[in-house]
Design a protein around this ligand. Sequence first.
Ligand code: FMN
Length: 189
Amino acid sequence: MKLLHLDSSILGDNSATRAISAAIVSALTGADASIEVTYRDLAAAPLPHLTLDVLGAPENNAELAEFLDTDILVIGAGMYNFTIPTQLKAWIDRIAIAGKTFRYTAEGPEGLAGDKKVFVALARGGYYGEGQPAAAVEHAESYLRAVLGFMGITNPTFVLAEGLAIDADTREKAVAAALAQAATIAIPA
Ligand SMILES: Cc1cc2nc3c(=O)[nH]c(=O)nc-3n(C[C@H](O)[C@H](O)[C@H](O)COP(=O)(O)O)c2cc1C
């Protein structure tokens, strides 16, 4: 099986999602050493914004080919300004391609990438869960669920660390809990 590991944090060694996404990959490869991992650091090697020549030539779209070819996708995504990092959005813009990862039918849109298993390491500075005052402005997890679902990936697994900007103790506990959860991650039978 092939695994594509994407990080998008701009915070380098202080990134929570880099540590959590690495722990997810480590749990998966620990359980199955035959998994082939490809790593892309979208912050260190940012993709340009989508342009018409990329949109119009899926045969030259390396990110699309790599996504179509993978069985497992692991994404590290911190909430930046209420949504995902722009570096990750640039990648999504290259893989959400009509006729390749979704198509429009008379019955509505149909996802074509539903065979992939997706894990997301998500971190946020505040709290955006159900019932929280800021829940309505959570556009990172909700956006990822929407765009993955649109491509047919209806059941991604999220490992969440939140409240990271509250104080050092809250951060340490939230990251430790997320790392512990990541260590238990497995491909469902
Ligand atoms: C540029 C930037 C914007 C951020 N915007 C938000 C935000 O809108 N809401 C929030 O709860 N936290 C916000 N944060 C805090 C991050 O979500 C938090 O630091 C998280 O750990 C980011 O993931 P990372 O550590 O892997 O980069 C922001 C952080 C940065 C650096």
